[in-house]
Design a protein around this ligand. Structure first.
Ligand code: DOR
Ligand code: ZN
Length: 428
């Protein structure tokens, strides 16, 4: 079946295109993009007037929990959440059980992704065996099996020499390395951001410098070795400043932040609600302002939600014992649209941070609506206010502090390889 999307606002940052046009999809690829296109025979025509037509959104930082913790999420339920949130592709972190540190696990995840047949799933393999920070995994073998990047996310690579060797070896293979920045000696035992609220709540804190020190260290290693590095889930003003200065010096560093880091602060913890417990922790209003500045001036390249689904039994326990994380795929776009409302980002900038930039950082097929490109497309209704209903999440993880929140808009069509994988055009 061919598809003709009529009269949408086509936003394609890969070609600096922003205009009202039609888009024709034939045999899974973009066939044409221009005014007044005619539908060839056997073509489904969809009126997308008033809607945004974007290259398929890509979330480069999600946790899918399979193998090993299928009660939290499976590849299939995570992929269903992805397409419902407007994502045509996601990259999944290796902290599964067992850890994705071998070819067989990477291949297993890809097989599951194929069976689900929803979003594209790009596995990220571990840097170290068992994510234990000692022995490197077989990078070349993992790449050959389909891994697109390396990370020990959930944990930092604490050993600087291991990080140096990782960056140098990964560079020779064209694999991106993603660091979770947390100095464990500073964060040990911490439950929330260290500051005013941790003091009045009597909770042990995680200082901002736990993040800043590792971000700074790894930027220095990348600079020294002339290699590339990507910094995950930036939450502090300090890390934004360090990144900005590094980029100015020409260091090959990129970085992402997550919607909760530009939306929430540590004040949310005053109710001891474990839905707000994440790692890195929610920071202060000053940090939120710095994150927004970093997004606006290009210091932060990517919005990725760190989708971290957990079961009720993981979250409905004493704060100290609760798992870290927010199930984010189905609210990420809606929360990010607020950045446009608030004048932080333009439409093309937002789309670039949620499609083109992650594709470039992970060396994925380019996120583009150019004729000949694979037809991965997200159609967004910017003016469809909705209220987040956690029970309606496709994700098994209903753990989100955003239940009941009013969001301005959402994805209404998610098209992967020319096939409609999510259609919310009719629903309210
Ligand atoms: O909040 C988080 N959840 N941060 C992490 O680093 C890990 C993640 C998870 O796997 O649940
Ligand atoms: Zn993560």
């Amino acid at each position: 079946m061919n598809l003709l999307l009529k009269g949408g606002r086509i936003l394609d940052p890969s070609r600096n295109i922003d205009g009202v046009m039609d888009l024709l999809v034939k045999n899974g690829t973009i066939a044409a993009c221009g005014p007044d296109l005619q539908a060839p025979p056997e073509t489904q025509t969809l009126d997308v007037g008033g809607l945004i037509v974007s290259p398929g959104l890509i979330d480069m930082h999600v946790h899918l929990r399979e193998p090993g913790q299928e009660y939290k999420e499976t590849v299939a339920t995570g992929a269903a959440a992805a397409v419902a949130g407007g994502f045509t592709a996601v990259a999944c972190m290796p902290n599964t059980l067992p850890v994705n540190d071998t070819r067989s696990i990477t291949e297993f995840i890809l097989r599951r992704a194929g069976e689900a047949g929803l979003a594209r799933i790009y596995p990220i393999a571990a840097v170290s065996l068992g994510q234990e920070g000692r022995q490197m995994t077989e990078f070349a073998d993992l790449k050959d099996a389909g891994a697109v990047a390396l990370s020990d996310d959930g944990k930092p690579v604490m050993d600087a020499a291991l990080m140096r060797r990782t960056l140098e070896y990964a560079e020779s293979l064209g694999l991106t390395v993603i660091q979770h920045c947390e100095d464990l000696s500073l964060s040990a035992g911490g439950l929330m951001h260290e500051g005013y609220y941790s003091t009045i709540l009597g909770m042990r804190g995680i200082p901002a410098i736990a993040e800043d020190i590792i971000a700074n260290r790894d930027i220095l290693i990348a600079e020294y070795s002339g290699t590339r590095i990507h910094i995950a889930h930036v939450s502090t003003a300090g890390a934004v400043r360090i990144l900005r200065e590094a980029k100015k010096r020409g260091v090959r560093v990129t970085a992402e932040t997550a919607p909760h880091y530009f939306t929430l602060t540590d004040e949310s913890l005053t109710g001891y609600n474990t839905a707000f417990k994440v790692n890195p922790p929610l920071r202060t209003a000053e940090d939120v302002a710095a994150i927004k500045e970093g997004l606006a001036d290009g210091t932060l390249d990517v919005i990725a939600c760190d989708h971290a689904p957990h079961a009720r039994t993981d979250k409905e326990v004493e704060f100290e014992y609760a798992s870290n994380g927010i199930s984010g795929l189905e609210t990420s776009l809606g929360l990010s649209l607020k950045l446009i409302e608030d004048g932080v980002l333009s439409w093309p900038d937002l789309i670039a941070k949620m499609s083109l930039n992650p594709a470039r950082i992970l060396n994925l097929p380019s996120a583009s609506l150019a004729p000949g490109a694979c037809a991965d497309i997200t159609v967004i209704d910017p003016n469809r206010p909705w209220t987040v209903d956690l029970k309606a999440f496709r994700s098994r993880g209903k753990n989100s502090p955003f239940g009941g929140c009013a969001l301005p808009g959402r994805a209404v069509l998610t098209i992967v390889g020319g096939e409609i994988k999510y259609n919310g055009l009719a629903s309210q």
